[in-house]
Design a protein. Structure first.
Length: 481
Protein backbone atom coordinates (compact mmCIF):
# COMPACT_ATOMS: atom_id res chain seq x y z
CA UNK A 1 0.00 0.00 0.00
CA UNK A 2 1.43 3.38 -0.92
CA UNK A 3 1.49 6.42 1.37
CA UNK A 4 -1.56 8.04 -0.22
CA UNK A 5 -3.68 4.90 0.15
CA UNK A 6 -2.53 4.41 3.72
CA UNK A 7 -3.42 7.99 4.60
CA UNK A 8 -6.86 7.53 3.05
CA UNK A 9 -7.37 4.32 4.99
CA UNK A 10 -6.30 5.88 8.30
CA UNK A 11 -8.52 8.97 7.99
CA UNK A 12 -11.13 8.90 10.76
CA UNK A 13 -14.41 10.60 11.63
CA UNK A 14 -12.57 13.30 13.56
CA UNK A 15 -10.75 14.23 10.33
CA UNK A 16 -14.03 14.51 8.45
CA UNK A 17 -15.55 16.74 11.13
CA UNK A 18 -12.46 18.86 11.68
CA UNK A 19 -12.63 22.63 11.08
CA UNK A 20 -14.71 23.63 8.00
CA UNK A 21 -15.01 20.04 6.76
CA UNK A 22 -17.82 19.37 9.24
CA UNK A 23 -20.08 22.00 7.70
CA UNK A 24 -19.53 20.65 4.20
CA UNK A 25 -20.15 17.09 5.37
CA UNK A 26 -23.36 18.14 7.14
CA UNK A 27 -24.57 20.03 4.04
CA UNK A 28 -24.17 17.01 1.75
CA UNK A 29 -25.62 14.60 4.31
CA UNK A 30 -28.67 16.83 4.82
CA UNK A 31 -29.23 16.93 1.05
CA UNK A 32 -29.55 13.15 0.87
CA UNK A 33 -31.55 13.06 4.12
CA UNK A 34 -34.07 15.52 2.69
CA UNK A 35 -34.48 13.42 -0.45
CA UNK A 36 -34.87 10.11 1.43
CA UNK A 37 -37.16 11.52 4.13
CA UNK A 38 -39.42 12.90 1.43
CA UNK A 39 -39.68 9.44 -0.20
CA UNK A 40 -40.85 7.81 3.05
CA UNK A 41 -43.11 10.69 4.07
CA UNK A 42 -45.00 10.46 0.76
CA UNK A 43 -45.18 6.65 0.96
CA UNK A 44 -46.78 6.97 4.41
CA UNK A 45 -49.30 9.69 3.56
CA UNK A 46 -50.38 8.38 0.13
CA UNK A 47 -53.42 6.47 1.50
CA UNK A 48 -54.61 9.71 3.14
CA UNK A 49 -54.00 11.63 -0.09
CA UNK A 50 -56.11 9.33 -2.27
CA UNK A 51 -58.90 9.35 0.31
CA UNK A 52 -59.10 13.14 0.02
CA UNK A 53 -58.35 13.99 -3.61
CA UNK A 54 -59.00 10.61 -5.27
CA UNK A 55 -56.85 8.99 -7.94
CA UNK A 56 -56.39 5.52 -6.43
CA UNK A 57 -55.76 4.11 -9.92
CA UNK A 58 -52.73 6.41 -10.15
CA UNK A 59 -51.33 5.36 -6.76
CA UNK A 60 -48.13 3.87 -8.21
CA UNK A 61 -47.72 6.76 -10.66
CA UNK A 62 -46.47 8.94 -7.81
CA UNK A 63 -43.43 6.72 -7.41
CA UNK A 64 -42.96 6.03 -11.13
CA UNK A 65 -42.98 9.70 -12.14
CA UNK A 66 -40.86 10.73 -9.16
CA UNK A 67 -38.19 8.10 -9.87
CA UNK A 68 -38.13 8.74 -13.65
CA UNK A 69 -37.59 12.43 -12.96
CA UNK A 70 -34.91 11.50 -10.40
CA UNK A 71 -33.09 9.46 -13.06
CA UNK A 72 -33.10 12.46 -15.39
CA UNK A 73 -31.84 14.68 -12.58
CA UNK A 74 -29.06 12.28 -11.61
CA UNK A 75 -27.92 11.80 -15.22
CA UNK A 76 -27.69 15.55 -15.95
CA UNK A 77 -26.14 16.36 -12.55
CA UNK A 78 -22.53 16.00 -13.75
CA UNK A 79 -23.13 18.40 -16.64
CA UNK A 80 -24.99 20.79 -14.35
CA UNK A 81 -22.20 20.72 -11.76
CA UNK A 82 -19.55 21.36 -14.38
CA UNK A 83 -21.44 24.30 -15.88
CA UNK A 84 -22.73 25.99 -12.72
CA UNK A 85 -20.34 25.09 -9.92
CA UNK A 86 -21.23 23.38 -6.60
CA UNK A 87 -23.12 26.22 -4.92
CA UNK A 88 -25.34 27.21 -7.84
CA UNK A 89 -26.01 23.60 -8.84
CA UNK A 90 -27.10 22.73 -5.29
CA UNK A 91 -29.18 25.90 -5.15
CA UNK A 92 -31.16 24.97 -8.27
CA UNK A 93 -31.61 21.40 -7.04
CA UNK A 94 -33.10 22.61 -3.75
CA UNK A 95 -35.28 25.23 -5.47
CA UNK A 96 -36.77 22.60 -7.79
CA UNK A 97 -37.33 20.27 -4.85
CA UNK A 98 -39.00 23.03 -2.81
CA UNK A 99 -41.15 24.09 -5.78
CA UNK A 100 -42.42 20.52 -6.06
CA UNK A 101 -43.25 20.51 -2.33
CA UNK A 102 -45.23 23.77 -2.67
CA UNK A 103 -47.30 22.44 -5.59
CA UNK A 104 -47.85 19.12 -3.76
CA UNK A 105 -49.03 20.94 -0.65
CA UNK A 106 -51.68 22.83 -2.64
CA UNK A 107 -52.62 20.03 -5.09
CA UNK A 108 -56.43 19.89 -5.55
CA UNK A 109 -56.34 16.76 -7.76
CA UNK A 110 -54.15 13.76 -8.40
CA UNK A 111 -53.10 15.15 -11.78
CA UNK A 112 -51.66 18.29 -10.16
CA UNK A 113 -49.92 16.14 -7.54
CA UNK A 114 -48.32 14.01 -10.27
CA UNK A 115 -46.98 17.15 -11.95
CA UNK A 116 -45.60 18.28 -8.59
CA UNK A 117 -43.94 14.90 -8.06
CA UNK A 118 -42.20 15.24 -11.43
CA UNK A 119 -40.75 18.62 -10.42
CA UNK A 120 -39.79 17.31 -6.99
CA UNK A 121 -38.24 14.17 -8.48
CA UNK A 122 -36.07 16.22 -10.83
CA UNK A 123 -34.83 18.32 -7.93
CA UNK A 124 -34.42 15.27 -5.72
CA UNK A 125 -32.40 13.41 -8.36
CA UNK A 126 -30.11 16.41 -8.76
CA UNK A 127 -29.79 16.80 -4.99
CA UNK A 128 -29.06 13.10 -4.50
CA UNK A 129 -26.47 12.82 -7.28
CA UNK A 130 -24.79 16.15 -6.45
CA UNK A 131 -24.39 15.13 -2.81
CA UNK A 132 -22.38 12.11 -3.92
CA UNK A 133 -20.60 13.84 -6.80
CA UNK A 134 -19.38 16.78 -4.70
CA UNK A 135 -17.52 14.49 -2.30
CA UNK A 136 -14.66 14.23 -4.80
CA UNK A 137 -14.65 18.02 -5.24
CA UNK A 138 -14.85 19.51 -1.75
CA UNK A 139 -12.95 16.88 0.28
CA UNK A 140 -9.40 15.54 0.17
CA UNK A 141 -9.11 12.04 -1.23
CA UNK A 142 -8.28 10.64 2.23
CA UNK A 143 -11.77 11.68 3.43
CA UNK A 144 -13.77 10.26 0.53
CA UNK A 145 -14.57 6.92 2.16
CA UNK A 146 -15.81 8.47 5.40
CA UNK A 147 -17.83 11.13 3.57
CA UNK A 148 -19.39 8.45 1.37
CA UNK A 149 -20.29 6.39 4.46
CA UNK A 150 -21.88 9.43 6.12
CA UNK A 151 -23.96 10.35 3.08
CA UNK A 152 -25.02 6.73 2.49
CA UNK A 153 -26.00 6.40 6.16
CA UNK A 154 -28.67 9.04 5.67
CA UNK A 155 -30.86 6.40 3.98
CA UNK A 156 -31.27 4.67 7.32
CA UNK A 157 -32.00 7.93 9.16
CA UNK A 158 -34.52 9.04 6.53
CA UNK A 159 -36.23 5.63 6.64
CA UNK A 160 -37.08 6.21 10.31
CA UNK A 161 -37.77 9.95 10.25
CA UNK A 162 -40.02 9.88 7.15
CA UNK A 163 -42.74 7.49 8.41
CA UNK A 164 -42.77 9.23 11.79
CA UNK A 165 -43.37 12.68 10.28
CA UNK A 166 -45.78 11.43 7.61
CA UNK A 167 -47.63 9.15 10.01
CA UNK A 168 -48.28 11.89 12.58
CA UNK A 169 -49.72 14.32 10.04
CA UNK A 170 -51.73 11.61 8.25
CA UNK A 171 -53.35 10.47 11.50
CA UNK A 172 -54.47 14.01 12.23
CA UNK A 173 -55.78 14.48 8.69
CA UNK A 174 -53.12 17.04 7.75
CA UNK A 175 -51.12 15.36 5.00
CA UNK A 176 -50.54 18.74 3.32
CA UNK A 177 -48.65 19.91 6.40
CA UNK A 178 -46.14 17.11 5.79
CA UNK A 179 -45.16 18.81 2.54
CA UNK A 180 -44.94 22.11 4.45
CA UNK A 181 -42.35 20.49 6.74
CA UNK A 182 -40.35 19.40 3.67
CA UNK A 183 -40.62 22.96 2.35
CA UNK A 184 -39.27 24.54 5.55
CA UNK A 185 -36.36 22.08 5.80
CA UNK A 186 -35.51 22.68 2.14
CA UNK A 187 -35.39 26.46 2.63
CA UNK A 188 -33.18 26.10 5.73
CA UNK A 189 -30.84 23.81 3.80
CA UNK A 190 -30.70 26.33 0.95
CA UNK A 191 -29.67 29.14 3.31
CA UNK A 192 -27.08 26.91 5.00
CA UNK A 193 -25.43 25.74 1.78
CA UNK A 194 -25.17 29.29 0.40
CA UNK A 195 -22.50 29.94 3.05
CA UNK A 196 -20.82 26.52 2.99
CA UNK A 197 -20.40 25.20 -0.55
CA UNK A 198 -17.76 26.64 -2.88
CA UNK A 199 -18.99 28.77 -5.76
CA UNK A 200 -16.59 27.30 -8.31
CA UNK A 201 -14.37 24.31 -8.88
CA UNK A 202 -11.91 23.10 -11.48
CA UNK A 203 -14.31 21.76 -14.08
CA UNK A 204 -13.38 18.64 -15.98
CA UNK A 205 -14.51 17.61 -19.41
CA UNK A 206 -18.16 18.33 -20.10
CA UNK A 207 -20.31 15.25 -19.71
CA UNK A 208 -22.72 14.80 -22.65
CA UNK A 209 -26.34 14.09 -21.79
CA UNK A 210 -27.96 11.05 -23.52
CA UNK A 211 -31.22 12.87 -24.29
CA UNK A 212 -32.52 10.26 -26.77
CA UNK A 213 -31.96 7.40 -24.32
CA UNK A 214 -33.56 9.27 -21.43
CA UNK A 215 -36.61 9.90 -23.62
CA UNK A 216 -36.90 6.20 -24.50
CA UNK A 217 -36.59 5.31 -20.83
CA UNK A 218 -39.28 7.82 -19.87
CA UNK A 219 -41.68 6.62 -22.58
CA UNK A 220 -41.20 2.95 -21.69
CA UNK A 221 -42.04 3.58 -18.02
CA UNK A 222 -45.06 5.69 -18.97
CA UNK A 223 -46.29 2.99 -21.36
CA UNK A 224 -46.63 0.52 -18.48
CA UNK A 225 -48.19 3.17 -16.24
CA UNK A 226 -50.75 4.26 -18.84
CA UNK A 227 -51.68 0.64 -19.49
CA UNK A 228 -52.12 0.05 -15.74
CA UNK A 229 -55.02 2.51 -15.39
CA UNK A 230 -57.01 0.89 -18.20
CA UNK A 231 -59.66 -1.63 -17.13
CA UNK A 232 -59.22 -3.76 -20.25
CA UNK A 233 -56.63 -6.54 -20.14
CA UNK A 234 -55.90 -5.83 -23.81
CA UNK A 235 -54.75 -2.31 -22.97
CA UNK A 236 -52.74 -3.61 -20.00
CA UNK A 237 -50.86 -6.01 -22.27
CA UNK A 238 -50.50 -3.36 -24.97
CA UNK A 239 -48.77 -1.08 -22.46
CA UNK A 240 -46.35 -3.87 -21.51
CA UNK A 241 -45.63 -4.67 -25.16
CA UNK A 242 -44.99 -1.01 -25.98
CA UNK A 243 -42.61 -0.77 -23.02
CA UNK A 244 -40.69 -3.85 -24.16
CA UNK A 245 -40.34 -2.45 -27.69
CA UNK A 246 -39.05 0.86 -26.32
CA UNK A 247 -36.52 -0.98 -24.13
CA UNK A 248 -35.33 -2.92 -27.18
CA UNK A 249 -34.85 0.40 -28.98
CA UNK A 250 -32.95 1.73 -25.96
CA UNK A 251 -30.60 -1.27 -25.96
CA UNK A 252 -30.04 -0.98 -29.71
CA UNK A 253 -29.27 2.74 -29.40
CA UNK A 254 -26.66 1.98 -26.73
CA UNK A 255 -24.66 -0.32 -29.01
CA UNK A 256 -21.73 1.48 -30.51
CA UNK A 257 -22.85 4.80 -29.03
CA UNK A 258 -20.29 7.17 -27.52
CA UNK A 259 -22.85 8.66 -25.12
CA UNK A 260 -24.08 5.75 -23.02
CA UNK A 261 -26.15 5.06 -19.93
CA UNK A 262 -24.40 1.78 -19.09
CA UNK A 263 -20.99 0.20 -19.85
CA UNK A 264 -20.56 -1.62 -23.15
CA UNK A 265 -20.86 -5.18 -21.75
CA UNK A 266 -23.92 -4.44 -19.61
CA UNK A 267 -26.38 -5.61 -22.26
CA UNK A 268 -24.60 -8.88 -23.10
CA UNK A 269 -26.04 -11.47 -20.73
CA UNK A 270 -23.32 -13.90 -21.76
CA UNK A 271 -20.71 -11.57 -20.23
CA UNK A 272 -19.98 -11.61 -16.45
CA UNK A 273 -20.84 -7.89 -16.22
CA UNK A 274 -24.17 -8.38 -17.99
CA UNK A 275 -24.99 -11.26 -15.64
CA UNK A 276 -24.34 -9.14 -12.55
CA UNK A 277 -26.41 -6.23 -13.89
CA UNK A 278 -29.33 -8.58 -14.58
CA UNK A 279 -29.19 -9.94 -11.03
CA UNK A 280 -29.17 -6.38 -9.69
CA UNK A 281 -32.22 -5.49 -11.78
CA UNK A 282 -34.19 -8.60 -10.79
CA UNK A 283 -33.55 -8.02 -7.08
CA UNK A 284 -34.06 -4.24 -7.16
CA UNK A 285 -37.39 -4.63 -8.98
CA UNK A 286 -38.91 -6.15 -5.86
CA UNK A 287 -38.15 -3.10 -3.71
CA UNK A 288 -41.04 -1.33 -5.47
CA UNK A 289 -43.67 -3.42 -3.65
CA UNK A 290 -43.08 -1.40 -0.48
CA UNK A 291 -44.97 1.58 -1.92
CA UNK A 292 -48.25 -0.34 -1.49
CA UNK A 293 -47.59 -1.60 2.05
CA UNK A 294 -49.12 1.47 3.81
CA UNK A 295 -52.31 1.30 1.73
CA UNK A 296 -52.80 -2.46 2.00
CA UNK A 297 -52.11 -2.63 5.74
CA UNK A 298 -54.35 0.33 6.57
CA UNK A 299 -57.15 -1.08 4.41
CA UNK A 300 -56.86 -4.79 5.20
CA UNK A 301 -55.63 -4.97 8.78
CA UNK A 302 -56.73 -1.55 10.05
CA UNK A 303 -53.29 -0.22 10.96
CA UNK A 304 -52.89 3.49 11.60
CA UNK A 305 -50.83 5.56 9.14
CA UNK A 306 -47.92 5.62 11.60
CA UNK A 307 -48.00 1.85 12.17
CA UNK A 308 -48.27 1.08 8.46
CA UNK A 309 -45.45 3.51 7.73
CA UNK A 310 -43.11 1.70 10.07
CA UNK A 311 -44.02 -1.66 8.55
CA UNK A 312 -42.70 -0.20 5.28
CA UNK A 313 -39.45 0.70 7.04
CA UNK A 314 -38.80 -2.99 7.79
CA UNK A 315 -37.80 -3.57 4.15
CA UNK A 316 -35.21 -0.77 4.36
CA UNK A 317 -34.10 -2.00 7.79
CA UNK A 318 -33.57 -5.53 6.52
CA UNK A 319 -31.66 -4.18 3.52
CA UNK A 320 -29.34 -2.00 5.63
CA UNK A 321 -28.78 -4.58 8.37
CA UNK A 322 -27.93 -7.38 5.92
CA UNK A 323 -25.63 -5.13 3.88
CA UNK A 324 -23.63 -4.16 6.96
CA UNK A 325 -23.66 -7.60 8.57
CA UNK A 326 -22.39 -9.43 5.48
CA UNK A 327 -20.11 -6.76 4.04
CA UNK A 328 -17.06 -8.60 5.37
CA UNK A 329 -17.84 -11.91 3.64
CA UNK A 330 -15.33 -12.99 1.00
CA UNK A 331 -16.29 -11.26 -2.26
CA UNK A 332 -15.62 -14.52 -4.13
CA UNK A 333 -18.92 -15.78 -2.69
CA UNK A 334 -20.94 -12.99 -4.33
CA UNK A 335 -23.07 -15.27 -6.52
CA UNK A 336 -23.76 -17.60 -3.59
CA UNK A 337 -24.88 -14.61 -1.55
CA UNK A 338 -27.08 -13.47 -4.45
CA UNK A 339 -28.64 -16.94 -4.60
CA UNK A 340 -29.35 -16.97 -0.87
CA UNK A 341 -30.71 -13.42 -1.13
CA UNK A 342 -33.07 -14.36 -3.98
CA UNK A 343 -34.40 -17.31 -1.97
CA UNK A 344 -34.93 -15.11 1.10
CA UNK A 345 -36.84 -12.58 -0.99
CA UNK A 346 -39.03 -15.28 -2.49
CA UNK A 347 -39.83 -16.63 0.98
CA UNK A 348 -40.61 -13.14 2.29
CA UNK A 349 -42.91 -12.30 -0.62
CA UNK A 350 -44.72 -15.64 -0.28
CA UNK A 351 -45.21 -14.91 3.43
CA UNK A 352 -46.68 -11.44 2.84
CA UNK A 353 -48.95 -12.77 0.06
CA UNK A 354 -50.26 -15.50 2.36
CA UNK A 355 -50.74 -13.25 5.40
CA UNK A 356 -52.49 -10.49 3.43
CA UNK A 357 -55.70 -12.51 3.31
CA UNK A 358 -55.73 -13.37 7.02
CA UNK A 359 -57.56 -11.51 9.79
CA UNK A 360 -55.37 -9.42 12.08
CA UNK A 361 -53.74 -11.11 15.05
CA UNK A 362 -50.45 -10.87 16.91
CA UNK A 363 -49.17 -13.83 14.91
CA UNK A 364 -50.11 -12.18 11.63
CA UNK A 365 -48.29 -9.00 12.69
CA UNK A 366 -45.19 -11.00 13.67
CA UNK A 367 -45.32 -12.91 10.39
CA UNK A 368 -45.60 -9.68 8.39
CA UNK A 369 -42.62 -8.21 10.21
CA UNK A 370 -40.46 -11.28 9.57
CA UNK A 371 -41.55 -11.50 5.92
CA UNK A 372 -40.80 -7.82 5.22
CA UNK A 373 -37.41 -8.12 6.92
CA UNK A 374 -36.65 -11.15 4.73
CA UNK A 375 -37.50 -9.17 1.57
CA UNK A 376 -35.12 -6.38 2.58
CA UNK A 377 -32.41 -8.77 3.76
CA UNK A 378 -32.60 -10.64 0.47
CA UNK A 379 -31.70 -7.46 -1.41
CA UNK A 380 -29.14 -6.21 1.11
CA UNK A 381 -27.28 -9.49 1.59
CA UNK A 382 -25.51 -9.47 -1.81
CA UNK A 383 -25.91 -5.76 -2.65
CA UNK A 384 -22.49 -4.32 -1.64
CA UNK A 385 -20.74 -7.33 -3.18
CA UNK A 386 -22.67 -6.97 -6.44
CA UNK A 387 -21.65 -3.30 -6.63
CA UNK A 388 -17.99 -4.18 -6.01
CA UNK A 389 -18.28 -6.93 -8.61
CA UNK A 390 -19.54 -4.43 -11.18
CA UNK A 391 -16.58 -2.14 -10.47
CA UNK A 392 -14.11 -5.02 -10.77
CA UNK A 393 -15.57 -6.10 -14.13
CA UNK A 394 -15.78 -2.58 -15.61
CA UNK A 395 -13.64 -1.88 -18.70
CA UNK A 396 -10.71 0.42 -17.77
CA UNK A 397 -11.93 3.17 -20.10
CA UNK A 398 -15.46 3.14 -18.60
CA UNK A 399 -14.74 3.38 -14.87
CA UNK A 400 -16.55 6.71 -14.39
CA UNK A 401 -19.55 5.58 -16.43
CA UNK A 402 -19.72 2.37 -14.40
CA UNK A 403 -19.66 4.26 -11.09
CA UNK A 404 -22.70 6.35 -12.10
CA UNK A 405 -24.47 3.43 -13.77
CA UNK A 406 -25.14 1.69 -10.43
CA UNK A 407 -27.51 4.46 -9.36
CA UNK A 408 -29.03 4.59 -12.84
CA UNK A 409 -29.73 0.84 -12.92
CA UNK A 410 -31.18 0.87 -9.40
CA UNK A 411 -33.49 3.78 -10.22
CA UNK A 412 -34.49 2.21 -13.55
CA UNK A 413 -35.42 -1.02 -11.79
CA UNK A 414 -37.43 0.90 -9.19
CA UNK A 415 -39.20 2.80 -11.97
CA UNK A 416 -40.35 -0.32 -13.79
CA UNK A 417 -41.05 -2.08 -10.52
CA UNK A 418 -43.38 0.74 -9.49
CA UNK A 419 -45.08 0.78 -12.91
CA UNK A 420 -45.56 -3.00 -12.91
CA UNK A 421 -46.80 -3.03 -9.31
CA UNK A 422 -49.40 -0.41 -10.23
CA UNK A 423 -50.56 -2.49 -13.20
CA UNK A 424 -50.84 -5.68 -11.12
CA UNK A 425 -52.55 -3.96 -8.17
CA UNK A 426 -55.13 -2.26 -10.39
CA UNK A 427 -55.77 -5.44 -12.39
CA UNK A 428 -56.01 -7.39 -9.13
CA UNK A 429 -58.97 -5.36 -7.91
CA UNK A 430 -57.54 -2.47 -5.89
CA UNK A 431 -59.76 0.02 -7.74
CA UNK A 432 -62.56 -2.33 -8.87
CA UNK A 433 -64.16 -3.63 -6.68
CA UNK A 434 -61.90 -1.76 -4.25
CA UNK A 435 -62.37 -1.77 -0.48
CA UNK A 436 -61.10 -4.55 1.75
CA UNK A 437 -61.94 -7.37 -0.69
CA UNK A 438 -60.22 -5.58 -3.56
CA UNK A 439 -57.17 -4.79 -1.43
CA UNK A 440 -56.81 -8.42 -0.32
CA UNK A 441 -57.04 -9.70 -3.87
CA UNK A 442 -54.67 -7.02 -5.19
CA UNK A 443 -52.12 -7.68 -2.42
CA UNK A 444 -52.17 -11.43 -3.05
CA UNK A 445 -51.64 -10.93 -6.78
CA UNK A 446 -48.99 -8.23 -6.33
CA UNK A 447 -46.80 -10.06 -3.84
CA UNK A 448 -47.35 -13.36 -5.61
CA UNK A 449 -46.34 -12.01 -9.03
CA UNK A 450 -43.26 -10.33 -7.61
CA UNK A 451 -41.95 -13.71 -6.47
CA UNK A 452 -41.12 -14.27 -10.15
CA UNK A 453 -38.08 -11.88 -10.44
CA UNK A 454 -36.09 -13.37 -7.50
CA UNK A 455 -37.15 -16.87 -8.57
CA UNK A 456 -35.79 -16.18 -12.07
CA UNK A 457 -32.58 -14.81 -10.53
CA UNK A 458 -32.20 -17.92 -8.37
CA UNK A 459 -32.80 -20.26 -11.32
CA UNK A 460 -30.37 -18.32 -13.48
CA UNK A 461 -27.69 -18.38 -10.78
CA UNK A 462 -28.13 -22.11 -10.25
CA UNK A 463 -27.83 -22.89 -13.95
CA UNK A 464 -24.71 -20.72 -14.27
CA UNK A 465 -22.97 -22.39 -11.38
CA UNK A 466 -20.93 -25.56 -11.68
CA UNK A 467 -22.30 -27.67 -8.82
CA UNK A 468 -18.93 -29.12 -7.87
CA UNK A 469 -17.20 -25.74 -7.83
CA UNK A 470 -19.94 -23.63 -6.29
CA UNK A 471 -21.63 -25.85 -3.71
CA UNK A 472 -21.57 -24.05 -0.38
CA UNK A 473 -19.35 -26.08 1.92
CA UNK A 474 -19.91 -26.28 5.67
CA UNK A 475 -16.98 -23.94 6.24
CA UNK A 476 -18.29 -21.35 3.72
CA UNK A 477 -21.80 -21.55 5.17
CA UNK A 478 -20.42 -21.00 8.66
CA UNK A 479 -18.47 -17.99 7.36
CA UNK A 480 -21.60 -16.52 5.74
CA UNK A 481 -23.84 -17.17 8.79
Amino acid sequence: MDTKEQTATNAGWTDLFAENNKYKAIALALGVLLHVTNIYIVATIMPSIVREIGGLAYYAWNTTIFVVASIIGSVVSARFLSASGPRKAYRWAILLFVAGAIISMAAPTMYVLLMARAVQGLGGGLLFALSYGMIRIIFESRLWAKAMALVSGMWGVGAFVGPFVGGIFAEYGNWRTAFAVILVIGILLLVFTEFILPAKHAAGAKTPVPVEKLLLLLLSALAVSVGSVMESLVYNLAGLLAALLLIVLLVRSERGSKVRLLPSDAYRLSSPLGMVYLVIVLLALVAAVEIFIPYFEQTIHGFTALEAGYLTVLVALGWSAASMAFSGVNSAAVMKLALIGALLMSAGLAGVAWLSGMAYSTYVLAGLCVSLLLIGAGIGLPWPHLVVRVFSLAPPNEIELTSTSITTVQLMAMTFGAALSGLIANAGGMTHPGGVAGAINAATWLYGCFIIPPAVAATMLLTKMDVKKTAVTAQEMAEIV
